[in-house]
Design a binder for this molecule. Structure first.
Ligand SMILES: Nc1ncnc2c1ncn2[C@@H]1O[C@H](COP(=O)(O)OP(=O)(O)OP(=O)(O)O)[C@@H](O)[C@H]1O
Length: 320
């Protein structure tokens, strides 16, 4: 086989392949068993930024902890960079870096020591360690020798990202990395994640910041009650929001909001401004405007609001 064919073959293998994965926690006498993942299947492609979204308790952490080798699956399979997590756990683990939700450091270790110890755990030879480079990348160079307990919350988060990258894995998973991180630090963190992505690292992130997922991710899976309820390109997923809104400005005062079967809702924002919500599967903006004109409104301006991920998310998870 030629080298090119080899590369093509390797590229065809997804970064992460999850196949009919289920997890039931035994629970205790009071709560009984809890099904946290129910037959979940999807692939994460190499080189993409993949978002995993879901409400609290949906099963996101369970999924990540199974990939990290910290929770045992009940059934199904998963492979990381082509390595099955059960059959080849060492290689699977070496292919992934996980930034956990919880910040736990030995308070008396310095950032430099944290990275050196982690590199040791992963068997990275001294000559290949990138401690200084990683500290620079997460802007902790000047804190290299400080006690970890003296770092701010944002600095600790960045140190966690550096720690996940000591063995230079091709996949980085971030479990709600920006919870409690202020806007500036969040931006710095994402800049670093973007630069890793530009270097070819596959990124998986879970987040509650929907607009962040919308901005960063190529594809998004929505998980609810242990099931994947949607998996689409970000733009397509946003298109799934059924509800659309039109805001009309009128020349004369509106006394009451007109009602019509085609409208989900019509509300007066002020005497000259009316907001109409409609289901885009049922009607379109043109029809809505015609109905408004027939009701006697003298429309002088129209604005529409594109659905954001929050709308999609609410629509998909509300009824469950
Ligand atoms: N060790 C455990 N024993 C019993 N039930 C558990 C255990 N860990 C998680 N669960 C339950 O499994 C379900 C999924 O939890 P999980 O932490 O995976 O959700 P999540 O989507 O990550 O939520 P969050 O956003 O709050 O982290 C929840 O109902 C949770 O209570």
């Amino acid at each position: 086989m030629t080298q090119t064919a080899n590369v093509a073959h390797r590229d065809a293998i997804p970064a992460i392949a999850i196949n009919q994965l289920s997890k039931t926690y035994a629970g205790d006498k009071k709560t009984g068993p809890k099904k946290a993942l129910d037959n979940v299947s999807f692939d994460v492609r190499r080189g993409e930024i993949f978002g995993l979204l879901g409400p609290n308790g949906a099963g996101k952490s369970t999924l990540i902890n199974i990939l990290a080798g910290m929770v045992n699956k009940s059934s199904g399979s998963a492979s990381i960079w082509g390595f099955d997590i059960s059959e080849n756990p060492r290689n699977a683990k070496a292919s992934i870096g996980i930034v956990p939700q919880e910040i736990i450091f030995d308070p008396f270790f310095s950032p430099k020591e944290v990275l050196e110890v982690q590199a040791g755990l992963y068997g990275v030879p001294k000559a290949e360690r990138r401690t200084q480079e990683l500290l620079r990348a997460v802007r902790l160079e000047d804190k290299a020798d400080a006690f970890a307990r003296s770092l701010s919350g944002g600095m600790k988060r960045r140190l966690l990202v550096a720690k996940a990258m000591v063995h230079a894995p091709p996949i980085l998973v971030l479990d709600e990395p920006t919870a409690g991180v202020d806007i500036d630090l969040r931006k710095q963190l994402w800049d670093y994640v973007r630069s890793l992505h530009a270097q070819g690292v596959t990124i998986v992130l879970t987040t509650h910041y929907l607009e962040e997922a919308e901005e960063l991710c190529d594809r998004i899976a929505i998980i609810n009650h242990g099931k994947v309820v949607a998996l689409k390109d970000t733009a397509d997923l946003i298109g799934m929001a059924r509800e659309k809104n039109i805001v009309l400005s009128t020349a004369s005062e509106i006394t009451s909001a007109p009602q019509h079967d085609l409208f989900d809702r019509a509300e007066l924002i002020d005497p000259h401004t009316l907001e109409i919500s409609y289901n885009k599967d049922k009607t379109n903006a043109g029809q809505v405007l015609s109905v408004a004109r027939e009701a006697g409104l003298e429309i002088v301006d129209v604005t529409t609001r594109e659905a954001d991920l929050e709308d999609v998310f609410l629509n998909l998870t509300r009824s469950e």
